[in-house]
Design a protein around this ligand. Sequence first.
Ligand code: AHZ
Length: 309
Amino acid sequence: LAVAPGLKKPFNGQDVAVEHDGTLSKPLADMLGNWEHFTFAPIRESTVSRAMTRRYFTDLDTYAESDIVIIGAGSCGLSAAYTLAKLRPDLRIAIVEAGVAPGGGAWLGGQLFSAMVMRKPADAFLREVGVPYEDEGDYVVVKHAALFTSTVLSKVLAMPNVKMFNATAVEDLITRTDAETGEVRVAGVVVNWTLVSMHHHDQSCMDPNTINAPVIISTTGHDGPFGAFSVKRLVSMKQIEQLEGMRGLDMQRAEDAIVKNTREIVPGLIVGGMELSEIDGANRMGPTFGAMALSGVKAAEEALRVFEL
Ligand code: AHZ
């Protein structure tokens, strides 16, 4: 068992499977065994507050006019964000995620099991983002779903043209109605901090904020406490007549249908991932995630095609 320089014995004395070379970078390695005179660089509390708030409010200012807003940072939304941001570093992409923790249902593979299954050819997406997997023939297995989610997330968040507003819920859609044709176009999102959204019933008026954008990709998942947000709103806005509702589980059909049907639903709004199943009456697929990744890729392509960005 390799031991880092300065470490007298392996952590906890236990054997660990290390694929690494058993060393740490020099500045970190130099700390080992030298804690007696250890101290942090000095700071004042207000400096920490300003470091956070200045950046957050700058981001709110910058992204108030975005090129693309992605609603929901589950496996589909993150895949769409990765594809768009990589293809078009010139576009300003805002991701709005209601949860504190982005990732949606993709921190586990299904039920409470760790591994994530992806049917081929979605393995191409794993190779693109650099997620290792075991090849099982027609499908591949990532050893932990969190490895997929954290890898895609880390790449997306590191991209300079992406900002994620998490703990922020989309409460409504901004719309524009063409004076002549009466056509309604989605032109942005209305947002609020999620805790505010959850307390509209017992707090007095707390008005929301907005992000304008010519392209919205909604990937809010199937119906649930937060899910299917945009398509439900389209019904109450009378832009679609009714939701067909997600159908029972059929892995074989469901994944093809979700990728195939990823599209612009009303002008300005592309829907991907399991939210689509509520519009089209598609089957659910259970814990197989290839369609989520490739629906995200297709949603990105649709966004660029439809709006010629
Ligand atoms: O918090 C939600 C989650 O992270 C977020 N979200 C929902 N409504 C929102 C709103 N504002 C901001 N109004 C919102 N964020 O959207 C994310 C949806 O992630 P998900 O993992 O639920 O959806 P997905 O379509 O990316 O992946 C679906 C995964 C499933 S479900 C399923 C089955 O039931 O059979 N099978 C698969 C693979």
